[in-house]
Design a protein around this ligand. Sequence first.
Ligand code: XUL
Ligand code: CO
Length: 456
Amino acid sequence: MNQDFFPDVEGRIPFGGLRSEDPLSFKVYQPDRLVLGKRMEDHLRIAVCYWHSFNWPGSDVFGSGTFDRPWNDPRLDPMIAARAKLEAAFEFFDKLGVPFFCFHDRDMAPEGATFAESTANLQAILDDAEAHMARTGVRLLWGTANLFSHPRYTAGAATNPDPEIFAVAAAQVKVMLEATHRLGGANYVLWGGREGYETLLNTDLAREEQQLARFLSLVAEHKHRIGFKGALLLEPKPQEPTKHQYDYDSATVYGFLARHGLEHEYRVNLEANHATLAGHSFHHEVATAVSLGIFGSIDANRGDYQNGWDTDQFPNSVDELALTLYEILRGGGLTTGGFNFDAKLRRQSLDRTDLFHGHIGGIDTLARSLLVAAELIERGALEARRAERYAGWSGELGRSILSGEVLLEMLAGRVLTGEIDPRPVSGRQELLENLVNQAIWAVDAAVDAAEDGAAG
Ligand code: XUL
Ligand code: CO
C-alpha cells in the first residue's frame, strides 16, 4: 500500500506547552525533561497497543464498525491487509514519538486454516515488524497470545475441560513467547481472558486451578529454556468476558502464585479499568502489588463509574493517576514494565486523527501525574507522616513483638499491670488529602510560572 495513513500529522508530534492551541501537540510530555534525575520517557516507558488502535473497527454488541481504517478493509487479501496495518501502526508510533508498542499474535497476523498456517503467517509478518522496529527505533514492551477470541477457547484455554485445548493454547504461547524473545520484548503478558467460569454447575474449581498452575509452570520453564530475560506478567481482571475470572485482582493472583511456588516467576500487569471492575481503586491495586513484591507493568485506561463494564477509555484524571505514580516511584519506579495504552476511542470518534487526540491526552495526563508524584516524593511530607504513624514498631515493644520474643501471656501481663496503656491517635486523613492537593496545585503553579517565563 505504502501510503501516508495519517496525513493530518506531518512528522513528530511536538511539545507545545499549556498555552499551545494546537491540539496535535503535547502540553506537558517532554521525553527529555528530567524528573527526579531521570528522563520523563524513561520514567513512563509509554507503549501503544495494537489491538484497540489498529484492529478494532469501532463495533459494539449493537452495531458494526464505524472507524475509517483502510488497512482493515475486508476486501483486501489478509496478508496484504496485515502488512498495511503494520505500516499504519509504525507510522503512528513514530509520529506520536513513543518508545514502545504491545501486541497479541492474532492482532498482527491473520488466523490461518490450521495452527501451522497461523504460525507461518505470524512468522512472515514478524520479519516486516523487525524491519519497522529497526527503521523507527520503536521497541516491544510486551507480546501476548490471544487465547480468547477463537471459538475453541470458549470454555477457557489452560482451564478448559478438554486437555487438547490446553495443548493448543500451550503451543500458541510457545510460539508467541519465542516471537516476543525474537523481537527483544521487555515482558511477556498472560491475560486470563476466559480462565474462569460462566456457571459453577459445570465447573470443577480445584481441577481448573491445578491446570492453570501447570500451564504457568510450563511457560516459566520454557522462558528459562529459551533464555528470555524479560518478565512474565499476569494481568488481573475479575470478570468480562466470563462471569468470574480466576485472576481477580493483585491479592488473588499473589495467593495463587504463592500456593503454586510461582511467586518469583510472575509479576502483574495492572489495568486501571480492571481495578474498577474488581471494586478497587487503581491506587489500591498498584499499592497492593508493590507491597507484595509483584508489581510489573501498567495498562493505562479508565472505566466509567456509572456503567460498570470495561469501557477502556483514555485516562484523563491527574488526581487519580498521581497517586498511582506515587506508589510506583515509592516502589523504585518501573523496571521492565511501562505504561501501555490499553485504551480505545469512543465509537463516534471516527477519524484516524482521533487516535492521536486520545493518546496525546493520555500521555499528557501521565506526564502531569508524574510531576505531581515527584513533587510528593520531594516534599516527603506523606512519607514522614507515615513513618511517624508506625514509629512505635521501631521501639522496644514493637520490635519484641515482631521478632517473636514475646508470647501472648507476656503481653497480657504488661497490659494487666497498666504498663501498657495506649491512647488512640488521629489518622489525619483530611490533612493527608490536603497535602496531596497542595502538591497538585504547586505543580500547576510551577508550570504556569515556567510558561510565563518562556512567554516573556
Ligand atoms: C482485556 C485486556 C487485554 C489484555 C491483553 O480486558 O486488558 O487487552 O491487556 O490480552
Ligand atoms: Co489490558
